[in-house]
Write a protein that binds this ligand. Structure first.
Ligand code: MN
Length: 289
């Protein structure tokens, strides 16, 4: 299993210097993988990232929320087309970086919708994802749909909802991406969603209830890790944490990162790696079947 760290633990900008910093620190903290936010694949400097990764190789994944102009869940033809182009460009960028995963809120904007999703919007989002997933398959990239809470999307907010959404698409290159921070808001417990989505579970974010240090909030990590062991999950597991001490102009505001939960990125990342490795080790030792 690959343990990963989100880039915003280290920096809010992913230019060459930011990439160099995030890769070096992620590796030094013991991780195998760096996830970075690809909020604008058109302005992202692919050549700089490639140079950085050539100097210091590490597995790369990317997550994002769609911008308003490219919201494929609106069923507005111009936005749907812009979203398809946007996602195809993301896939191209990730292919150039040797990545195998594009994850996050790639089905809608990451925002508080003021009305339920419409049938047309749902269908438009699914149609685009189906096409992008076909194209991504040829480049060795899988799409993971992140289950986020009701204040960040209106398409689905539970593992069960994501599973239904994906089964309607019927494309085997699309899977479920669970995040403990969001599960803690929307799910009845941390165990059942993992078992319910087991056939499609592709990617996992490990975040605390306040997005700070693991183990200092209300997430039931014991139950979550037992469930992952029960299904034999072996996909990427990425630590996600945000503090106002590291700011991304686009992402921090979308996610509502107003509080300072930590200042010491190194201490935070090392603690999280030990916490996740410890949970994995603990569930290895118990008889689950
Ligand atoms: Mn997440």
């Amino acid at each position: 299993m690959q343990l990963g760290c989100h880039g915003l633990v280290w920096t809010g900008s992913f230019d060459e210097a930011g990439f160099d910093l995030a890769v070096a620190e992620t590796k030094q903290a013991g991780y195998d993988l760096l996830e970075f936010p690809l909020m604008d694949p058109y302005s992202f400097d692919v050549a700089a990232a490639k140079r950085s990764l050539a100097r210091n190789p590490i597995a790369i994944t990317s997550s994002l929320g769609l911008p308003a102009y490219a919201d494929i869940s609106t069923a507005e033809p111009e936005k749907v087309q812009a979203g398809e182009d946007f996602l195809n460009r993301c896939v191209e960028v990730l292919s150039e970086l040797g990545s195998h995963y594009l994850v996050g809120a790639i089905f809608s904007q990451l925002t508080k919708y003021m009305a339920p999703a419409t049938d047309d919007g749902r269908k438009a989002s699914q149609d685009v994802l189906n096409k992008v997933a076909d194209r991504a398959r040829g480049l060795g990239i899988q799409l993971g749909l992140e289950v986020v809470n009701r204040y960040e999307t209106n398409l689905f907010n539970t593992g069960r909802g994501a599973l239904a959404f994906i089964e309607e698409i019927g494309n085997d290159n699309i899977g479920v991406h669970l995040d403990t921070y969001h599960m803690n808001i929307e799910e009845p417990d941390m165990y059942r969603p993992v078992l319910e989505t087991r056939a499609k579970l592709m990617y996992v974010h490990i975040g605390e209830s306040h997005r700070g240090y693991l183990g200092s909030g209300s997430v039931d990590f014991d139950g979550f890790y037992r469930a992952l062991a029960e299904i034999g999950y072996d996909g990427p597991m990425v630590f996600e944490s945000f503090s106002s001490s590291v700011v991304s102009a686009e992402l921090s505001n979308n996610l509502g990162i107003w509080r300072n939960l930590w200042d010491d990125s190194r201490d935070l990342a090392r603690h999280a790696h030990a916490f996740m490795a410890g949970q994995l080790r603990a569930v290895e030792t118990i008889e689950l079947h």
